[in-house]
Ligand binder design. Structure first.
Ligand SMILES: [Zn+2]
Length: 205
């Protein structure tokens, strides 16, 4: 099986409980310490096997092989990726069965980070996630006053839309947000705006 390491919890000395996003399931597995085991880190894509243990309801993680990304040694890209994966973990923490959309989305994001600015790639991927989960509101109503937004649009956590004057937050050109939501591209935003949107993502998915 293949999947992404979403979280690692250290238990008892060097043993680990590892949470892995697979194709259709979020696995939680136990990994016994072994000096010759390869290191596992958050965000890594791994090939692995699960061994069912009749004495425990948690399978044992074994035969782990780390799968490389072209940018795995680019510490800046890896850092931003790991920040995003941690948010992903919190977002899916209570989920067991999962649609393959999520793993495919991360596969696609890995490819995009190879070629693109990582914050832009993550932003565009996050908009796809919101759309898939039915959280992307393209009718532009203000969450706070319930009135339609015709100009001075602002985004808050979860990319919910508000009037900038209602949420006291950064005003965006409405066409730029329309393009972001419909075409899933960040091309219209300058780097300061990307930083601002990145900051919203960091509040939680
Ligand atoms: Zn409003």
């Amino acid at each position: 099986m293949q999947g992404y390491v979403l979280n690692i919890n250290k238990v008892r000395d060097e043993d680990l409980i590892v949470t892995i996003l697979g194709e259709d399931y979020i696995h939680r597995a136990y990994r016994f310490y072994g000096a010759r085991h390869s290191n596992i880190h958050i965000g890594y894509k791994i090939d692995f096997e699960l061994e069912i243990n009749i004495k425990s309801n948690m399978p044992r993680l074994k035969d782990v092989i780390q799968l490389g990304f072209p940018w795995l040694l680019d510490s800046k890209k890896l850092y931003l990726w790991q920040l995003y994966i941690k948010l992903f973990y919190h977002h899916l923490k209570d989920v067991d069965e999962i649609d393959d959309f999520y793993k495919n989305l991360l596969d696609d994001l890995v490819e995009r980070i190879t070629k693109q600015n990582p914050k832009r790639a993550i932003l565009e991927s996050y908009v796809k996630l919101c759309e898939y989960e039915g959280r992307l509101h393209e009718d532009f109503t203000c969450l706070l006053c319930d009135l339609p937004i015709e100009s001075e649009i602002s985004l808050i956590r979860g990319f919910l839309t508000t009037h900038a004057s209602c949420s006291y937050s950064k005003n965006f050109n409405i066409e730029k947000i329309t393009t972001l939501f419909s075409d899933k591209t960040s091309i219209d935003f300058d780097d300061d705006e990307i930083e601002y949107l990145w900051g919203i993502i960091q509040q939680g998915l």
